[in-house]
Design a protein around this ligand. Structure first.
Ligand code: NAP
Length: 357
Protein backbone atom coordinates (compact mmCIF):
# COMPACT_ATOMS: atom_id res chain seq x y z
CA UNK A 1 0.00 0.00 0.00
CA UNK A 2 2.88 2.37 0.76
CA UNK A 3 4.25 1.65 -2.71
CA UNK A 4 0.82 2.52 -4.18
CA UNK A 5 0.69 5.74 -2.07
CA UNK A 6 4.15 6.73 -3.36
CA UNK A 7 2.96 6.17 -6.93
CA UNK A 8 -0.20 8.21 -6.31
CA UNK A 9 1.95 11.12 -5.06
CA UNK A 10 3.35 11.56 -8.57
CA UNK A 11 -0.03 12.95 -9.59
CA UNK A 12 0.04 15.84 -7.09
CA UNK A 13 -0.80 19.07 -8.84
CA UNK A 14 -1.76 17.32 -12.08
CA UNK A 15 -4.96 15.50 -11.11
CA UNK A 16 -6.94 18.01 -9.04
CA UNK A 17 -9.87 18.42 -8.57
CA UNK A 18 -9.63 14.61 -8.76
CA UNK A 19 -7.86 12.59 -6.04
CA UNK A 20 -4.34 11.18 -6.26
CA UNK A 21 -4.62 7.40 -6.65
CA UNK A 22 -2.06 4.63 -7.05
CA UNK A 23 -2.68 0.98 -7.99
CA UNK A 24 -0.61 -2.21 -8.08
CA UNK A 25 -1.60 -5.53 -9.65
CA UNK A 26 -0.02 -8.37 -7.71
CA UNK A 27 0.29 -12.11 -8.23
CA UNK A 28 2.14 -14.50 -5.91
CA UNK A 29 3.74 -11.56 -4.09
CA UNK A 30 5.14 -9.97 -7.26
CA UNK A 31 4.00 -6.75 -8.88
CA UNK A 32 2.87 -7.49 -12.42
CA UNK A 33 1.41 -4.03 -13.12
CA UNK A 34 1.55 -0.54 -11.60
CA UNK A 35 -0.13 2.74 -12.40
CA UNK A 36 -1.36 6.02 -10.99
CA UNK A 37 -3.80 8.75 -11.95
CA UNK A 38 -1.48 10.99 -13.94
CA UNK A 39 -3.60 13.85 -15.25
CA UNK A 40 -7.09 15.20 -14.71
CA UNK A 41 -9.45 13.80 -17.36
CA UNK A 42 -7.11 10.96 -18.32
CA UNK A 43 -7.32 7.28 -17.31
CA UNK A 44 -7.48 6.39 -13.67
CA UNK A 45 -4.83 4.47 -11.71
CA UNK A 46 -6.58 1.09 -12.03
CA UNK A 47 -6.81 1.30 -15.83
CA UNK A 48 -3.17 2.41 -16.09
CA UNK A 49 -2.02 -0.44 -13.83
CA UNK A 50 -4.01 -3.00 -15.86
CA UNK A 51 -2.63 -1.55 -19.11
CA UNK A 52 0.92 -1.88 -17.77
CA UNK A 53 0.54 -5.53 -16.71
CA UNK A 54 3.44 -7.69 -17.84
CA UNK A 55 1.18 -10.78 -17.87
CA UNK A 56 -2.54 -11.55 -17.78
CA UNK A 57 -4.18 -10.03 -14.66
CA UNK A 58 -6.79 -12.82 -14.49
CA UNK A 59 -6.98 -14.05 -10.91
CA UNK A 60 -4.55 -11.38 -9.63
CA UNK A 61 -4.99 -8.98 -6.66
CA UNK A 62 -5.32 -5.21 -7.09
CA UNK A 63 -4.00 -2.93 -4.33
CA UNK A 64 -5.60 0.51 -4.73
CA UNK A 65 -5.16 3.53 -2.46
CA UNK A 66 -8.75 4.75 -2.97
CA UNK A 67 -12.05 2.94 -3.60
CA UNK A 68 -12.47 2.52 -7.37
CA UNK A 69 -15.06 4.70 -9.10
CA UNK A 70 -18.25 3.01 -10.27
CA UNK A 71 -19.80 5.80 -12.33
CA UNK A 72 -19.27 7.19 -15.79
CA UNK A 73 -17.31 10.41 -15.33
CA UNK A 74 -14.68 11.75 -17.72
CA UNK A 75 -13.60 8.10 -18.05
CA UNK A 76 -15.57 4.80 -17.74
CA UNK A 77 -16.02 3.16 -14.29
CA UNK A 78 -12.88 1.52 -12.90
CA UNK A 79 -14.98 -1.19 -11.22
CA UNK A 80 -15.95 -2.38 -14.74
CA UNK A 81 -12.28 -2.42 -15.79
CA UNK A 82 -11.29 -4.52 -12.75
CA UNK A 83 -14.21 -6.94 -13.23
CA UNK A 84 -13.57 -7.32 -16.97
CA UNK A 85 -9.85 -7.88 -16.35
CA UNK A 86 -10.68 -10.87 -14.15
CA UNK A 87 -9.18 -9.48 -10.92
CA UNK A 88 -10.16 -11.82 -8.07
CA UNK A 89 -9.28 -9.71 -5.01
CA UNK A 90 -9.10 -5.96 -4.35
CA UNK A 91 -7.41 -4.35 -1.35
CA UNK A 92 -8.60 -0.76 -0.88
CA UNK A 93 -6.75 1.81 1.21
CA UNK A 94 -9.58 4.28 1.81
CA UNK A 95 -13.27 4.59 0.83
CA UNK A 96 -13.96 7.38 -1.67
CA UNK A 97 -16.16 10.06 -0.01
CA UNK A 98 -17.30 11.33 -3.44
CA UNK A 99 -21.12 10.90 -3.27
CA UNK A 100 -21.36 8.98 -6.57
CA UNK A 101 -18.87 6.40 -5.22
CA UNK A 102 -18.88 6.32 -1.38
CA UNK A 103 -19.19 2.56 -0.85
CA UNK A 104 -20.93 1.77 -4.15
CA UNK A 105 -17.60 0.91 -5.78
CA UNK A 106 -16.97 -1.70 -3.07
CA UNK A 107 -20.53 -3.05 -3.45
CA UNK A 108 -20.16 -3.42 -7.22
CA UNK A 109 -16.93 -5.35 -6.87
CA UNK A 110 -18.44 -7.64 -4.24
CA UNK A 111 -21.54 -8.08 -6.42
CA UNK A 112 -19.28 -9.35 -9.20
CA UNK A 113 -17.82 -11.98 -6.84
CA UNK A 114 -14.55 -10.13 -6.18
CA UNK A 115 -13.13 -10.41 -2.66
CA UNK A 116 -12.73 -6.92 -1.19
CA UNK A 117 -10.53 -6.14 1.78
CA UNK A 118 -9.83 -2.77 3.42
CA UNK A 119 -6.08 -2.25 3.58
CA UNK A 120 -3.65 -0.42 5.88
CA UNK A 121 -2.42 3.19 5.94
CA UNK A 122 -5.90 4.72 5.78
CA UNK A 123 -4.85 7.90 7.60
CA UNK A 124 -1.83 8.41 5.32
CA UNK A 125 -4.16 8.22 2.30
CA UNK A 126 -6.56 10.68 3.94
CA UNK A 127 -3.62 13.06 4.51
CA UNK A 128 -2.42 12.64 0.93
CA UNK A 129 -5.86 13.54 -0.40
CA UNK A 130 -6.84 16.05 2.28
CA UNK A 131 -7.65 18.67 -0.38
CA UNK A 132 -9.90 16.31 -2.36
CA UNK A 133 -11.62 15.00 0.79
CA UNK A 134 -12.32 18.53 2.04
CA UNK A 135 -13.60 19.75 -1.31
CA UNK A 136 -15.92 16.74 -1.67
CA UNK A 137 -17.25 16.74 1.90
CA UNK A 138 -17.31 20.49 2.69
CA UNK A 139 -17.27 22.01 -0.80
CA UNK A 140 -14.38 24.33 0.07
CA UNK A 141 -10.65 24.05 -0.69
CA UNK A 142 -7.92 22.93 1.71
CA UNK A 143 -6.12 25.99 3.01
CA UNK A 144 -2.37 25.93 3.67
CA UNK A 145 -0.94 28.91 5.56
CA UNK A 146 2.67 29.72 4.85
CA UNK A 147 4.95 32.28 6.37
CA UNK A 148 8.62 32.93 7.00
CA UNK A 149 9.63 34.26 10.39
CA UNK A 150 12.63 35.26 12.41
CA UNK A 151 13.72 33.35 15.49
CA UNK A 152 12.05 36.00 17.63
CA UNK A 153 8.71 35.38 15.94
CA UNK A 154 8.31 38.17 13.38
CA UNK A 155 7.27 38.06 9.72
CA UNK A 156 8.46 41.61 9.02
CA UNK A 157 10.30 44.46 10.72
CA UNK A 158 8.34 47.38 12.14
CA UNK A 159 8.83 49.20 8.83
CA UNK A 160 7.30 46.27 6.92
CA UNK A 161 10.52 44.90 5.43
CA UNK A 162 10.45 41.11 5.03
CA UNK A 163 12.63 40.35 2.01
CA UNK A 164 14.09 37.98 2.64
CA UNK A 165 13.69 36.32 5.98
CA UNK A 166 14.08 32.76 4.71
CA UNK A 167 16.94 31.48 2.59
CA UNK A 168 16.81 30.63 -1.16
CA UNK A 169 16.36 26.88 -0.49
CA UNK A 170 13.21 27.58 1.57
CA UNK A 171 11.90 29.96 -1.07
CA UNK A 172 12.39 27.20 -3.62
CA UNK A 173 10.08 24.98 -1.53
CA UNK A 174 7.48 27.80 -1.53
CA UNK A 175 7.65 28.05 -5.32
CA UNK A 176 7.16 24.27 -5.58
CA UNK A 177 4.12 24.57 -3.29
CA UNK A 178 2.68 27.42 -5.37
CA UNK A 179 3.03 25.21 -8.44
CA UNK A 180 0.62 22.68 -6.90
CA UNK A 181 -2.03 25.19 -5.84
CA UNK A 182 -5.28 26.46 -7.35
CA UNK A 183 -4.85 29.85 -5.68
CA UNK A 184 -2.32 31.91 -3.75
CA UNK A 185 -3.88 34.45 -1.38
CA UNK A 186 -2.50 37.65 0.22
CA UNK A 187 -3.90 40.73 1.92
CA UNK A 188 -3.75 44.23 0.46
CA UNK A 189 -1.02 45.12 2.97
CA UNK A 190 1.31 42.53 1.48
CA UNK A 191 0.33 43.35 -2.10
CA UNK A 192 1.13 47.02 -1.45
CA UNK A 193 4.31 46.61 0.64
CA UNK A 194 5.99 43.74 -1.23
CA UNK A 195 4.61 44.12 -4.78
CA UNK A 196 4.82 40.31 -5.13
CA UNK A 197 4.11 38.42 -8.36
CA UNK A 198 3.00 35.28 -6.43
CA UNK A 199 3.75 33.06 -9.41
CA UNK A 200 5.54 29.71 -9.25
CA UNK A 201 9.07 30.02 -10.61
CA UNK A 202 9.81 27.70 -12.35
CA UNK A 203 6.21 26.98 -13.31
CA UNK A 204 4.70 23.92 -11.64
CA UNK A 205 1.92 21.50 -12.47
CA UNK A 206 -0.79 24.10 -11.81
CA UNK A 207 -1.06 27.81 -12.41
CA UNK A 208 -2.51 29.36 -9.28
CA UNK A 209 -4.95 32.25 -9.46
CA UNK A 210 -3.51 35.14 -7.43
CA UNK A 211 -6.08 36.47 -4.95
CA UNK A 212 -5.85 39.75 -3.00
CA UNK A 213 -8.18 40.61 -0.12
CA UNK A 214 -8.47 44.33 -0.74
CA UNK A 215 -11.72 45.95 0.46
CA UNK A 216 -11.12 49.26 -1.26
CA UNK A 217 -9.68 47.84 -4.47
CA UNK A 218 -6.42 49.71 -3.94
CA UNK A 219 -4.23 47.30 -5.94
CA UNK A 220 -1.87 49.46 -7.99
CA UNK A 221 -2.40 49.08 -11.75
CA UNK A 222 1.39 49.27 -12.10
CA UNK A 223 1.88 46.38 -9.62
CA UNK A 224 3.39 43.10 -10.82
CA UNK A 225 0.08 41.37 -10.10
CA UNK A 226 -1.97 43.76 -12.18
CA UNK A 227 0.57 43.94 -14.99
CA UNK A 228 0.58 40.12 -15.33
CA UNK A 229 -3.17 39.61 -14.83
CA UNK A 230 -3.77 38.75 -18.47
CA UNK A 231 -1.23 35.89 -18.28
CA UNK A 232 -2.04 34.49 -14.84
CA UNK A 233 -5.47 35.26 -13.35
CA UNK A 234 -5.77 37.82 -10.54
CA UNK A 235 -8.89 38.02 -8.39
CA UNK A 236 -9.37 40.98 -6.05
CA UNK A 237 -11.89 40.57 -3.23
CA UNK A 238 -13.47 43.96 -2.59
CA UNK A 239 -16.22 45.34 -0.44
CA UNK A 240 -18.54 47.26 -2.81
CA UNK A 241 -19.46 49.60 0.05
CA UNK A 242 -15.82 50.72 0.32
CA UNK A 243 -14.44 50.35 -3.19
CA UNK A 244 -14.43 53.15 -5.74
CA UNK A 245 -16.23 51.85 -8.86
CA UNK A 246 -13.96 53.85 -11.23
CA UNK A 247 -10.94 52.17 -9.65
CA UNK A 248 -12.52 48.75 -10.05
CA UNK A 249 -13.26 49.53 -13.70
CA UNK A 250 -9.59 50.40 -14.17
CA UNK A 251 -8.50 47.12 -12.59
CA UNK A 252 -10.96 45.20 -14.79
CA UNK A 253 -9.58 47.00 -17.85
CA UNK A 254 -6.20 45.49 -16.94
CA UNK A 255 -7.64 41.96 -16.84
CA UNK A 256 -8.18 41.75 -13.07
CA UNK A 257 -11.30 39.87 -11.90
CA UNK A 258 -13.29 41.39 -9.08
CA UNK A 259 -15.25 39.49 -6.43
CA UNK A 260 -17.58 41.76 -4.51
CA UNK A 261 -18.24 40.64 -0.97
CA UNK A 262 -20.27 42.61 1.54
CA UNK A 263 -19.27 41.03 4.83
CA UNK A 264 -17.14 41.70 7.87
CA UNK A 265 -13.49 40.67 7.69
CA UNK A 266 -13.82 37.31 9.44
CA UNK A 267 -17.12 36.40 7.70
CA UNK A 268 -15.58 37.25 4.35
CA UNK A 269 -13.10 34.38 4.68
CA UNK A 270 -15.64 31.49 4.45
CA UNK A 271 -17.59 33.37 1.79
CA UNK A 272 -14.53 33.58 -0.43
CA UNK A 273 -13.59 29.96 0.28
CA UNK A 274 -17.14 28.88 -0.69
CA UNK A 275 -16.75 30.78 -3.94
CA UNK A 276 -13.39 29.08 -4.61
CA UNK A 277 -15.05 25.72 -3.86
CA UNK A 278 -17.69 26.54 -6.50
CA UNK A 279 -14.80 26.97 -8.91
CA UNK A 280 -13.65 23.41 -8.01
CA UNK A 281 -10.49 24.66 -6.33
CA UNK A 282 -8.89 21.93 -4.20
CA UNK A 283 -5.84 23.54 -2.53
CA UNK A 284 -5.05 27.18 -1.79
CA UNK A 285 -1.95 28.76 -0.27
CA UNK A 286 -2.42 31.66 2.15
CA UNK A 287 0.77 33.72 2.13
CA UNK A 288 -0.05 36.46 4.62
CA UNK A 289 0.38 39.02 5.88
CA UNK A 290 -0.22 38.82 9.59
CA UNK A 291 -3.57 40.58 9.47
CA UNK A 292 -5.09 38.25 6.85
CA UNK A 293 -3.54 35.18 8.51
CA UNK A 294 -5.20 36.36 11.73
CA UNK A 295 -8.62 36.60 10.04
CA UNK A 296 -8.28 33.10 8.54
CA UNK A 297 -7.20 31.83 11.96
CA UNK A 298 -10.26 33.44 13.59
CA UNK A 299 -12.49 31.92 10.90
CA UNK A 300 -11.00 28.47 11.67
CA UNK A 301 -10.05 28.27 8.01
CA UNK A 302 -6.39 27.21 8.21
CA UNK A 303 -5.95 23.45 7.66
CA UNK A 304 -2.19 23.12 7.38
CA UNK A 305 0.82 25.33 8.12
CA UNK A 306 4.23 25.61 6.50
CA UNK A 307 6.48 27.83 8.57
CA UNK A 308 10.05 28.73 7.65
CA UNK A 309 12.18 29.91 10.57
CA UNK A 310 15.45 31.79 10.11
CA UNK A 311 18.04 32.18 12.90
CA UNK A 312 17.72 35.98 12.81
CA UNK A 313 16.72 38.38 15.60
CA UNK A 314 15.14 41.73 14.73
CA UNK A 315 13.64 42.95 18.00
CA UNK A 316 10.07 44.17 17.66
CA UNK A 317 8.30 43.59 14.36
CA UNK A 318 5.07 42.02 13.12
CA UNK A 319 3.60 38.77 14.40
CA UNK A 320 2.56 36.08 11.91
CA UNK A 321 -1.01 35.73 13.16
CA UNK A 322 -2.61 39.00 14.25
CA UNK A 323 -6.09 38.35 15.63
CA UNK A 324 -8.38 41.40 15.72
CA UNK A 325 -11.41 40.23 17.68
CA UNK A 326 -10.97 40.41 21.45
CA UNK A 327 -10.93 36.85 22.76
CA UNK A 328 -9.97 35.27 19.43
CA UNK A 329 -6.39 34.64 20.53
CA UNK A 330 -5.70 31.80 22.97
CA UNK A 331 -5.19 33.19 26.48
CA UNK A 332 -3.53 29.98 27.63
CA UNK A 333 -1.00 27.84 25.81
CA UNK A 334 -3.21 24.80 26.42
CA UNK A 335 -5.96 26.49 24.37
CA UNK A 336 -3.68 27.02 21.37
CA UNK A 337 -4.07 25.01 18.18
CA UNK A 338 -1.49 22.24 18.49
CA UNK A 339 -0.41 20.97 15.09
CA UNK A 340 -0.58 17.26 14.30
CA UNK A 341 1.70 15.04 12.24
CA UNK A 342 4.41 17.69 12.47
CA UNK A 343 7.45 17.34 10.22
CA UNK A 344 10.52 19.45 11.04
CA UNK A 345 13.31 19.74 8.52
CA UNK A 346 16.56 21.72 8.43
CA UNK A 347 16.94 23.52 5.12
CA UNK A 348 20.37 25.11 4.67
CA UNK A 349 20.37 26.47 8.22
CA UNK A 350 16.69 27.51 8.25
CA UNK A 351 14.00 25.30 9.73
CA UNK A 352 10.87 24.21 7.88
CA UNK A 353 8.03 23.21 10.20
CA UNK A 354 5.00 21.64 8.62
CA UNK A 355 1.87 20.30 10.30
CA UNK A 356 -1.89 19.95 10.26
CA UNK A 357 -4.14 22.23 12.31
N1 NAP B 1 7.41 36.85 6.28
C1 NAP B 1 6.36 36.48 5.59
O1 NAP B 1 6.15 35.28 5.32
C2 NAP B 1 5.40 37.51 5.08
C3 NAP B 1 4.37 37.11 4.23
C4 NAP B 1 3.47 38.06 3.78
C5 NAP B 1 3.62 39.37 4.22
N2 NAP B 1 4.62 39.72 5.04
C6 NAP B 1 4.75 41.09 5.52
O2 NAP B 1 3.56 41.40 6.19
C7 NAP B 1 3.30 42.79 6.03
C8 NAP B 1 1.87 42.98 5.55
O3 NAP B 1 1.02 42.40 6.49
P1 NAP B 1 -0.27 43.16 6.99
O4 NAP B 1 -0.78 42.41 8.15
O5 NAP B 1 0.07 44.58 7.15
O6 NAP B 1 -1.23 43.10 5.76
P2 NAP B 1 -2.00 41.92 5.03
O7 NAP B 1 -2.45 40.89 5.99
O8 NAP B 1 -1.24 41.49 3.85
O9 NAP B 1 -3.25 42.73 4.51
C9 NAP B 1 -4.18 43.21 5.44
C10 NAP B 1 -5.18 44.03 4.72
O10 NAP B 1 -5.96 43.19 3.90
C11 NAP B 1 -7.24 43.76 3.76
N3 NAP B 1 -8.29 42.78 3.96
C12 NAP B 1 -9.37 42.59 3.19
N4 NAP B 1 -10.14 41.62 3.62
C13 NAP B 1 -9.54 41.14 4.70
C14 NAP B 1 -9.85 40.12 5.58
N5 NAP B 1 -10.92 39.34 5.47
N6 NAP B 1 -9.04 39.95 6.59
C15 NAP B 1 -7.93 40.68 6.73
N7 NAP B 1 -7.57 41.67 5.92
C16 NAP B 1 -8.38 41.88 4.91
C17 NAP B 1 -7.35 44.84 4.82
O11 NAP B 1 -7.28 46.07 4.13
P3 NAP B 1 -8.66 46.73 3.66
O12 NAP B 1 -9.41 47.05 4.89
O13 NAP B 1 -8.26 47.87 2.84
O14 NAP B 1 -9.31 45.65 2.88
C18 NAP B 1 -6.13 44.67 5.66
O15 NAP B 1 -5.62 45.88 6.13
C19 NAP B 1 4.32 43.32 5.05
O16 NAP B 1 5.33 43.95 5.78
C20 NAP B 1 4.84 42.07 4.40
O17 NAP B 1 6.17 42.24 3.97
C21 NAP B 1 5.52 38.82 5.47
Amino acid sequence: MQHAIDLAEKGRGYVEPNPMVGCLIIRNGSIIGAGFHEQFGRSHAEVNALDHCSESPIGATAVITLEPCCHQGKTPPCTDALIQAGISKVIIGHPDPFPKVNGSGIEQLKGAGIEVQMGPLQSAIARQNSGFFKRVTQKIPWCIAKWAMTLDGNIATQTGDSQWISNPACRKIVHQLRGQMDAVIVGSGTACTDDPSLSARPAGARRATRIVFDSKGTLDVQSKLCQSARDIPVLVVVDPRQANQNRLAELKKNGVNIFECEAGYVDRVPMVLNQLGELDMTNVLLEGGGRLLGEFFEANSIDEAHVFIAPTLIGSGQEPIQTQTPGAAADQIAKGKHLKDVVIQQVDGNVHVRGFV
